[in-house]
Design a protein around this ligand. Structure first.
Ligand SMILES: Cc1cc2nc3c(=O)[nH]c(=O)nc-3n(C[C@H](O)[C@H](O)[C@H](O)COP(=O)(O)O)c2cc1C
Length: 398
């Protein structure tokens, strides 16, 4: 698919309406996605990024309709991950000598994946590549979200090609931010940040400050997934600054699993207790079993929360696989400035709470208390204890 972004920049990427899982099964993409590639024509011609390998043939064939491949002077690869570089082998078979501008780390990641000695030209922050009347300025963006990432800024048109930064997994026939459902767009941008960029908060903040200090005018931000920010493009930059500062809303998320509904009843009564003590706080409940709630949607809610309560029945002296799975994801994302507590039902040995608290502590959460456990199915007295537990948590977090 191709369409004009302005007089000199043409979109030549792929909109993938079918994509529902990304990074294997690691990330859900309810709204599909797109792999954005851009052709920039001036006196010289540059291609920015490509698409994922399953679409390589389609990409090259569409590109041929747009331009004689031999007239492409430069290829710019902002990030070596296969969703952006996957069509390179197909493309480079046609134009094997065309120079590929990328970071030194991207040379490593591209060689590591494709085992090809293409004509790599390493670039660093501040390096420029002239197209004639305009030029690219390269800005390394290490750990946003791989060591190899960079942004490319196009003078004249004032476009920041930001690769995964400011991207969203969103397929749309309208690839501009002002033309899509604003709720979907905000949600997908937030979900992307929460699930991919959270561990790199400090890099995000530093990099944005660095870019802002360059005082480059930004008329458009063209990311590598989802829509192009042309209407008030800095709105996403400002959001990233907010999100990077260990973001939280006045929300408590209760995440649990249950086999026979005991832990679910605990969760619901804890929620009622929190609401009693603090009617202003948003309390949300999520059964972490994938039949009930998508794990990445849970992570997005954890991102928004000031505290999480995690509950599991004790199973074979351990915890449920669904709770263990979400705890592993939470740990890896290295959330900061959040509190947590554990709860759960048990039958005889009751190890669940200790295991959950240890994982959460390991993940950087401040543990509010030793948690609450209930023997077997909660009776009226136990349900009162759950509500009291909720009240204590609500009071502590006000
Ligand atoms: C397969 C299985 C293994 C269990 N293992 C333990 C255990 O090791 N220690 C324990 O205290 N309870 C154990 N239990 C008992 C549960 O923790 C208990 O039934 C609890 O009330 C279930 O909570 P739920 O209704 O939220 O699923 C086990 C239950 C099942 C079904």
């Amino acid at each position: 698919m191709s369409f004009s972004i302005n007089k000199s920049v043409t979109y030549v990427g792929k909109i993938d309406w079918e994509l529902k899982k990304f990074h294997g099964d690691e990330l859900s993409t309810h709204h599909g996605s797109s792999y954005n590639s851009y052709l920039v024509r001036d006196e010289k011609i540059a291609l920015i990024d490509s698409v994922w390998a399953p679409f390589a043939k389609e990409f090259v064939s569409n590109l041929k309709k747009e331009i004689d491949l031999k007239t492409i002077d430069y290829i710019i690869i902002n990030h070596g991950e296969p969703d952006h570089s996957g069509a390179l082998p197909e493309l480079m078979r046609e134009i094997p000598d065309t120079p590929i501008y990328c970071t030194a780390n991207a040379i490593k990641s591209l060689k590591g994946q494709y085992h090809q000695e293409w004509n790599f030209i390493p670039v660093k922050t501040g390096d420029k590549l002239s197209l004639g009347s305009k030029e690219f300025i390269f800005i390394e963006a290490r750990m946003l979200h791989w060591p190899d990432t960079m942004f490319s800024y196009l003078t004249g048109d004032n476009i920041l090609f930001s690769n995964d930064g400011f991207g969203q997994h969103l397929a749309s026939e309208h690839m501009f931010n002002d033309l899509v459902d604003q709720g979907d767009l905000y949600h997908e941008a937030l979900k992307y940040y929460a699930n991919i960029l959270t561990p790199f908060n400090s890099f995000v903040e530093k990099k944005i400050n660095e870019i802002l200090s360059l005082n480059l005018p930004v008329d458009m931000i063209c990311p590598s997934h989802g829509v192009i920010w042309r209407d008030n493009p800095l709105q996403m930059v400002n959001k990233y600054m907010e999100w990077a500062k260990n973001y939280q809303e006045n929300q408590i998320s209760i995440i649990y699993d249950t086999m026979w509904n005991s832990t679910r009843q605990m969760a619901e009564n804890i929620a009622a207790g929190i609401r009693q003590s603090d009617p202003d706080v948003t309390v949300k409940l999520f059964n972490s079993n994938s039949n009930h709630t998508d794990k990445n949607d849970i992570i997005t809610e954890v991102f928004k929360s000031k505290a999480i309560l995690v509950g599991s029945p004790t199973i074979n002296k351990g915890i449920s696989y669904a709770v263990a799975g979400i705890l592993e994801m939470i740990k890896g994302l290295a959330f900061k400035n959040k509190k947590a507590a554990a709860f759960g039902s048990y039958g005889w040995s009751g190890e669940g709470n200790k295991l959950i608290s240890a994982e959460l502590e390991h993940g950087g959460f401040e543990i509010i208390n030793e948690g609450l456990k209930v023997l077997w199915n909660p009776d009226d007295e136990s349900l009162i204890k759950c509500r009291e537990f909720g009240q204590t948590i609500g009071e502590a977090l006000k």
